[in-house]
Design a protein around this ligand. Structure first.
Ligand SMILES: Cc1ncc(COP(=O)(O)O)c(C=O)c1O
Length: 374
């Protein structure tokens, strides 16, 4: 059997990781400014994380959601205390797409409405509902296209207010920062207007923090920079530092009924042990503050570089839009300078390093970036 060729692969196989570095099979060292796509939050193979996973694997790896699991309640309490939503309820699942599926399904249950409003260029995942609110015809099959979804341009307050005024929408879903689209922020004015329009029309506000959450932007969730609260927040990537886990947190005004949401693997013992360890490390090592501080330093060091057309983003979710002629820079960073970065089209490099990145590692990145551009 061969692999179904749905991924375009770089010819590199990382086999070892520590902190913000990985090594390939040949022993070459790479600086990780990609974090395996914003997933590595507390660093590769953090000793506390390894200890927590190993200990739990030796006790009990899995049992079903039909029985009590105090790891889940511990995770809920710790997440509530850390993320600024202590009174919200937690539902655990396995991925970002699944978190968004459950968020939209729950909004539809709660409001009795069937439609969801989303933003152009949005990415919310690849499962049926999540891809239906994703604005990319290339990944949306005819099966996923539905009349239940409408799109407005990000930051278009008038379009948002006009659509929601019909009171047809169960939810408005928007990313904390649009990542796949190339690092585009919703403005404070737009999110405040969204909050007000949702309140006025009985629509639920879903913030997709799958990529921008878990401290990456220098606040636990990106939307907290704008002083608004969501009704449902979805998260995944950084939550397990590589162990698959996703979640939504839910306004306590939304009532649960038995069986309305469910999953076999969501919230299993190993996933919870990983997620608890991640939160403990984030808190112990002040990684949210580190993301804010190092992100600011990174942006300062990049500004004025002759290859840069525009710098976007916050904290350690940074987008470098490069000038014409620099389209191959991401590949050159990887193959010539041994730096992993993310991309968004040919002309945007996405920087999503682990939250534990140091000033010295940023200096090293800048040195290598400058060697190719200055
Ligand atoms: C904002 C956002 N939402 C949802 C997803 C989907 O997450 P997953 O790949 O875990 O299903 C992603 C993945 O890149 C994302 O960036």
């Amino acid at each position: 059997m061969e692999l179904f060729k749905t991924y375009k692969l770089w010819p590199i196989e990382p086999v070892k990781g520590r902190g913000c570095r990985v090594w390939d099979k040949q022993g070459n060292e790479y600086l990780d400014f990609y974090g395996g796509h914003a997933v590595i939050s507390v660093g590769h193979c953090h000793p506390d994380y390894l200890a927590a996973l190993t200990e739990q694997a030796g006790k009990l790896g899995f049992y079903s959601n039909a029985v009590e699991n105090s790891l889940q309640t511990t995770l809920a309490a710790k997440l509530g205390a850390t993320c600024g939503y202590p009174d919200y309820n937690l539902f655990l699942c396995n991925s970002g797409a699944e978190a968004n599926e459950n968020a939209m399904k729950l909004a539809s249950f709660a409001t009795g409405r069937s439609k969801v409003l989303a933003c152009t260029k949005a990415f919310h995942g690849r499962t049926s509902g999540a891809v239906a609110v994703t604005d990319n015809p290339k990944i949306q099959s005819p099966f996923n296209k539905t009349g239940n979804v409408e799109f407005i341009p990000l930051n278009d307050v008038a379009a948002l207010e006009s659509k929601l005024s019909t009171k047809e929408f169960a939810a408005f879903i928007v990313e904390g920062i649009q990542g796949v689209a190339g690092i585009w922020e919703p403005g404070a004015e737009f999110l405040k207007a969204a909050r007000a329009a949702c309140d006025a029309t009985g629509t639920l506000l879903i913030m997709d923090e799958v990529q921008s959450g878990y401290g990456r932007t220098g606040r636990f969730y990106a939307h907290q920079h704008y002083g608004i609260k969501a009704d449902i927040v979805s998260m995944a990537k950084g939550m397990g530092n590589g162990f698959p886990i996703g979640a939504i947190i839910i306004n306590p005004a939304i009532e649960a009924t038995y069986g309305m949401l469910g999953t076999t693997f969501g919230g299993n013992h190993l996933a919870c042990a990983a997620a608890i360890a991640v939160l403990d490390i984030i808190n112990k090592e002040n990684l949210v503050d580190n993301a804010a501080k190092q992100g600011e330093y990174l942006m300062k060091q990049l500004s004025g570089n002759p290859a840069v057309k525009q710098l976007r983003g916050r904290g350690l979710m940074a987008g470098i839009e490069v000038k014409e002629g620099f389209e191959g820079l991401r590949d050159r960073l990887l193959f010539e300078k041994h730096v992993f970065t993310g991309g968004a089209g040919a002309n945007v490099i996405r920087l999503l390093p682990p939250l534990c990145i140091s000033k010295e590692e940023i200096d090293l990145f800048i040195e290598r970036f400058n060697e190719l551009t200055a």
